[in-house]
Design a protein around this ligand. Sequence first.
Ligand code: DOR
Ligand code: ZN
Length: 350
Amino acid sequence: MPQRPDTTRLTLRRPDDWHLHLRDGAVLRAVLPETARHFARAIVMPNLVPPVVTGAEAAAYRDRILAALPEGARFTPLMTLYLTEETDPDDVARAHAEGIATAVKLYPAGATTNSASGVRDFDRVRPVLERMAEIGMPLCVHGEVTDPSVDIFDREAVFIDKVLKPLRKKVPDLRIVMEHVTTSDAVDYVRDTPRNLAATITTHHLVINRNAILAGGIRPHNYCLPVAKREKHRVALVQAAVSGDRRFFLGTDSAPHVDARKLEPCGCAGIFTATNTMSILAEVFDAAGALRQLEAFASLNGPQYYRLPPNEERITLEKGGPVDHPARIESGDGPITVFDPGFRLHWRVV
Ligand code: DOR
Ligand code: ZN
């Protein structure tokens, strides 16, 4: 007789985070242990000030991350290079061959935090993209147009039509990760694309819709880019995440900013989820009756797309009484608020 699924204990391969902001200095030291506690590897975003553009800069940043790891932590940062119109294809290929850089990150200029050095004219980065296609190096894409005349809630859907489709036609062998997808349009596009396209989904976009930012008072801690959309889009994201479809995997986009920067009149985009991501995901997958797919989403689909082995180590989650996470963590630069999903959590990593 088939066993009843065990719904109070879940063991899965140690997860990875395929989109993470670690920053530098005091904030790096404060947030890195939060990720290294549960995750084995993470794709580390290069949008520092100044950005991490060259292989040498990525190697130096990786060394700073490794130096900031707590004693005994087992965590591998997978570095990315920030694509600019001046990026040298040879430098990218060398950094990839030497194992320094796993992927390249494309920010359309002005799309988000620290993206001023991003790409304006896509033809100017064609040689880099063609080289990446040749060597099988993935391109991580922030998928929003920056045209101020496009409504902020439409910027992802317009990006797909205006930028991503033409780009994929021009460089069809380029392996692309459309990051932090927030719309059913993006989910459908990825599902309908048979090769060389996958998407990451964040923790918070599985939980909040745009009401969480704007209804009943403005909530800066729920503001990120791409901004959360309508409820029907959140539902599409949950369906994609729990479906087991290999093209969707976890990229938390955990993006710490100290509270002072979040609460300014023009506050920063970014939601910090490293601390409670695994608890929240278990709750979301449990509610969807899909706990068994959590391992695919958090631990298997990502490595498969990145052509890396899945982790051998396991983590176990247990369901019990309410789990409390700190409301904020302290950094040498000030407190950083931890994402509040707005519901009680019952799953803890043991
Ligand atoms: O909300 C966001 N925060 N979206 C991004 O694309 C960048 C990130 C950050 O660096 O804070
Ligand atoms: Zn990000």
